[in-house]
Design a protein around this ligand. Structure first.
Ligand code: ADP
Length: 190
C-alpha cells in the first residue's frame, strides 16, 4: 500500500493537493477535518464534542480522533493506499497511526510536508472564510490554529525525519507547480 501523510499548516493546500493525488494515483483519502465536519452536521455525540474545540481553533483530544480514525481505516481495508490529510497532528496520533497500520500489515510510505509562509496562510484562510462557511476561518481562530500548529504539530517533522519518511516540498506557487513537486516525490517512493 502507498500510504501518504500530507502535512502542513492550516491553509497549506493539503486538501487541494490531496484531490489531485487521488485522481492521479487512485488512492483513498482520509481528511479528519472533513470527517469531523460531517459528524458536526449530523449532530452526533462526537460531532457535538468536536465542535467545541474546532470553533476555538484547538485540537480535538487524541483519544477521540484516534477512535474516529480507526473506524474510517477499517472501512478502507481493500484500498491501494490512503492519503492522510490533517492526521496525525500530534506525536501520540503519529504513534497510534503507525500501530494501526502495522496491525493491518502496512506502514506510512512518505510524509509530504508543504511549506507556506504564515503571512500567505492567513491570507488564504481569510479568503476561504468568505465562502467556506467554516466556523474556524476567521482571523482570531486562524491565529490559534497557527499557534497550535507551531507548538503541537510541527514536532512531527523531526519525528518523521527520524524514521526517514519526511520530504519537504515548497507549497507556494500555482496549484499545478506544487502538484508537479508532489508527483515527483511520490514517484520516488512508489
Ligand atoms: P486545517 O488544516 O485547515 O486547519 P482541518 O479541516 O484539517 O483544517 O481541521 C480543522 C479542525 O478540525 C482543526 O483545527 C481541529 O480542531 C480539528 N481536527 C482535524 N484533524 C484533527 C486531528 N488529527 N487532531 C485533532 N483535531 C483535529
Amino acid at each position: 500500500m502507498l500510504n501518504i501523510v500530507v502535512f502542513g499548516a492550516p491553509g497549506s493546500g493539503k486538501g487541494t493537493q490531496s484531490e489531485l493525488m487521488i485522481k492521479k494515483f487512485g488512492l483513498d483519502h482520509v481528511s479528519t477535518g472533513d470527517v469531523l465536519r460531517a459528524e458536526i452536521k449530523a449532530q452526533s455525540e462526537v460531532g457535538k464534542l468536536a465542535e467545541t474545540y474546532i470553533s476555538k481553533g484547538e485540537l480535538v483530544p487524541d483519544e477521540v480522533i484516534i477512535k474516529v480514525l480507526a473506524n474510517v481505516l477499517d472501512a478502507k481495508k481493500n484500498s491501494k493506499g490512503v492519503i492522510f490529510d490533517g492526521f496525525p497532528r500530534t506525536i501520540p496520533q503519529a504513534k497510534a497511526l503507525k500501530t494501526m497500520l502495522n496491525e493491518r500489515g502496512t506502514d506510512i510510505s512518505v510524509m509530504l510536508d508543504l511549506k507556506v509562509d504564515d503571512e500567505e496562510l492567513i491570507d488564504r484562510l481569510l479568503k476561504r472564510g468568505q465562502t467556506s462557511g467554516r466556523s474556524d476561518d476567521n482571523l482570531e481562530t486562524i491565529k490559534s490554529r497557527l499557534d497550535v500548529y507551531h507548538n503541537y504539530t510541527s514536532p512531527l517533522i523531526d519525528h518523521y525525519k527520524a524514521e526517514g519518511k519526511h520530504k519537504e516540498k515548497k507549497g507556494m506557487g500555482t496549484i499545478e507547480e506544487i502538484f508537479a513537486r508532489i508527483e515527483k516525490a511520490i514517484e520516488e517512493v512508489k
